[in-house]
Every structure is written in structure tokens, then in C-alpha cells.
Design a protein around this ligand. Structure first.
Ligand code: HEM
Length: 362
């Protein structure tokens, strides 16, 4: 009798479960967010390499797994359990808190965007596969004193020491991870700039306090700022030239504070409307001359050359009307690339188990 009743109940709930799964997929499509299976594009190089090596040994094929590999395996199992879990309420509190600190697309907001990029961009297909120092969106820029002190990161040290680290210390007892708060703050930073798009924002990464390898970040001036050097560096992170152009639009809000040796007085912007997430950066970087008061990076000008693939994407993103802040074409490309950036260095299995907290991003 009991068995028959259980069977009937089971049959009755199947259609409801199917409807729920479909509704979730449709909701993702509606807001223009990648469907869950699109995480496959996340760091394709790393994903392939990871799945070909796990779960046996490290790169030498003989040594036991590193602590990061073990953490990754645990995280996979945890990820399976987390699938479909709701975003923990604490992230709404953090969003409101950060939003206040980032008001008006201020210095903190812009630093948060750059910080998220620099933490994740420690990933490269040239890095060792496992930690220590395998790089990626692992919170090492927040946790490691040496990494934040490197030249490329130093302009963000004040932001890290005075804002993000204290926030992390406040919220970590509520289960908030360093890698997650770094990427979440980046997403709030983008949204704090008028026109900044919301993009898929996930939680549940594994932290790593080891510094990522040096030499994984792009150069704005000098030999490593050439078109080929920049394109190659981003390809090693899994990004094509259009992705690169989309991500570089973040310089629409940028100001440079540590480029005096490259001829940029402290605090000068890279387009004429810093603090607004608009497409002026694309047009002004491609123009024959920078507008008065605007100081362009050589790297931006090099990759924006109109006859190149990246330059064509610059032209495309820049062709929306000047008043079109939050341009849809650019926003879509940026949201896609920035989400993939936010999970760099994390295997596909783990990524698919991360909790979607996009709804908490105000
Ligand atoms: C070729 C690639 C890139 C190069 C060479 C580059 C270089 C730089 C440099 C030199 C600065 C000025 C730092 C200072 O002196 O204070 C800067 C600022 C900034 N960058 Fe990039 N960057 C690149 C890509 C990106 C990407 C992909 C993002 C985000 C998705 C990003 C976001 C920012 C932001 C928001 C700022 C402004 C920070 C502030 O105003 O305090 N950058 N970048």
C-alpha cells in the first residue's frame, strides 16, 4: 500500500520538476545571461587540460596531488550539492554595502573592476596546472601581500588595504570567500558606473593565498604593449580579439594614477567621460588624436587599429550613438567575456556547480 502511494506521488511531481527546469533555462535566456551549459566556453584551455589530468596525478605524473588539486576535487563534489541552491542572503547585504562605497563610479568602484580583472588574469594556459601559483579567480590578489605589491597591482593597494580586505574580514565569518568577494565587488563596481551592465555573477570559488605567477598581466606601454603581444596574452587566457575589445571597454571609466613615467599626469582619464560606462572610449581610442585632457595607453591604441580584428570590434562597439550609454552590442559582449573572466582557472565541473548570485547584484 505504502509503496503504491509513494509511486503515485513520484509520478505526480515529475512534470512539476520538468517545468521548473525549463523555467530556469528560459529565465536565463530572458535576461540575456549565458545558459548554464555555456560555462563550457569558460577557460576552454584549462578545462580541457584539467579533465585530461584529473583525477590521477600532478604534472609530473608521479607526485601526489597538490592541496589545490584536492581542494578542486572537494569543490567539485561540493559544487554538485550546490547546484540549484539559492544565493545566500548575505550577498544582498554585501551588495548594498559595496554600492554605498562605490557611489558615483568613484575611485573604489573603478579599482574594484580592475582588481577583479587582475585577480582572475593571473590565469594563463602557460601556468602550471595546479597550485601553488596556478593563477585564476582565486582571491590571491586579496590574500597575498606580495602579489598586491607588484608594480602592475600597486595602484590598487589602497583599495585592497582600506576597503576590500576589511570587507572580507567582516563577512568571512558568514561563509564569504576571498575569491568570491573580489569578483562580486567587480560586478558591483561595473554597476556603480552609469550604463554599466549586469553580468552573470557566481559564488563558491576556492581561495588560494599563494601569489599567482608573475608576468601574466598586460603592459600598457613598451614592447609588450604591441598588438600581437596583447592578443597572444589574452588568447592564453581563453579570450579572442573581440572578447579583448569588449573587456577593454572598461577603460571607458578608467583614470591612470601611476603612469607618470609614461607621460600621464596622475588621475588623468582614458576617455573624455570617465565615471560613465559609455562607448566614447572606443571612438576616442581610434581617433587620430586624443581629445584634450585624455591620455591613451599605447596598448589600447595598438589593439584598436581599424584594419585588425580587434580594431573592427572597437569600430563596432564605438558605432552606437554617443548618448547610448550602456550600448547593447558592447554590453552583451562585455557581459559574456567578463563572466568567463570571473571564473578563469576553475574547471568546468566546478563552474557548473557555482551558485548564481546575479540577482543580488544591484
Ligand atoms: C591590454 C590590456 C590592459 C592593459 C595594458 C591595462 C592597463 C591599465 C593601466 C596601466 C591602468 C592605469 C593604472 C594606474 O596607473 O592607476 C589601467 C586602469 C584600469 N583598467 Fe586596465 N588594462 C588592461 C585591461 C583591462 C581590463 C580587461 C579591465 C577590466 C575588465 C581593465 C580595467 C581597468 C580599470 C577599471 C582601470 C581604472 C582604474 C582606476 O581608475 O583606478 N583593464 N589599466
Amino acid at each position: 500500500m505504502f509503496t503504491r502511494l509513494s509511486m503515485l506521488l513520484f509520478i505526480a511531481i515529475i512534470p512539476t520538476c520538468l517545468q521548473f527546469a525549463q523555467a530556469t533555462q528560459d529565465a536565463n535566456a530572458l535576461v540575456g545571461l549565458p545558459r548554464p551549459d555555456s560555462t563550457e566556453r569558460t577557460s576552454p584551455l584549462d578545462v580541457d587540460r584539467l579533465s585530461s589530468v584529473l583525477p590521477i596525478h600532478d604534472q609530473n605524473g608521479s607526485a601526489p596531488r597538490s592541496s589545490k588539486a584536492i581542494a578542486e576535487l572537494k569543490s567539485r563534489a561540493f559544487g554538485q550539492q550546490q547546484r540549484n541552491r539559492n544565493c545566500p542572503a548575505i550577498w544582498k547585504t554585501i551588495a548594498a554595502d559595496l554600492k554605498l562605497d562605490f557611489l558615483g563610479c568613484n575611485d573604489h568602484a573603478r579599482s574594484a573592476v580592475r582588481f577583479a580583472f587582475h585577480d582572475a588574469a593571473g590565469y594563463s594556459s602557460l601556468n602550471t596546472l595546479y597550485g601553488p601559483a596556478s593563477g585564476g579567480a582565486d582571491g590571491s590578489l586579496l590574500l597575498n601581500d606580495q602579489e598586491i605589491s607588484r608594480d602592475a597591482n600597486a595602484p590598487m593597494k589602497t583599495f585592497r588595504d582600506n576597503l576590500l580586505l576589511p570587507k572580507y574580514n567582516t563577512y568571512k565569518s558568514s561563509g564569504v570567500g576571498a575569491a568570491d568577494i573580489v569578483q562580486f565587488a567587480g560586478a558591483i563596481g561595473v554597476r556603480s558606473c552609469p550604463g554599466g551592465p549586469r553580468y552573470k555573477t557566481v559564488i563558491g570559488r576556492t581561495d588560494d593565498s599563494n601569489a599567482c605567477p608573475d608576468g601574466t598581466l598586460p603592459a600598457a606601454f613598451g614592447a609588450n604593449s604591441s598588438y600581437s603581444a596583447i592578443v597572444q596574452l589574452f588568447a592564453q587566457k581563453g579570450f579572442n580579439e573581440r572578447d579583448l575589445a569588449a573587456l577593454l571597454g572598461a577603460h571607458s571609466t578608467s583614470r591612470a594614477f601611476a603612469q607618470q613615467q609614461n607621460g600621464i599626469p596622475s588621475g588623468r582619464p582614458q576617455d573624455s567621460s570617465p565615471n560613465v560606462w559609455d562607448t566614447a572610449f572606443y571612438r576616442q581610442t581610434q581617433a587620430s588624436q586624443a581629445p584634450p585632457g585624455v591620455y591613451r595607453f599605447d596598448s589600447d591604441v595598438n589593439v584598436a587599429q581599424p584594419e585588425t580584428t580587434c580594431g573592427k570590434a572597437f569600430t563596432d562597439f564605438g558605432s552606437s550613438p554617443p548618448t547610448d550609454i550602456g550600448s547593447a552590442v558592447w554590453a552583451t559582449a562585455f557581459a559574456d567575456a567578463m563572466y568567463r573572466l570571473s571564473v578563469l582557472g576553475i574547471s568546468k565541473d566546478v563552474v557548473s556547480g557555482l551558485v548564481d548570485c546575479t540577482s543580488a547584484v544591484l
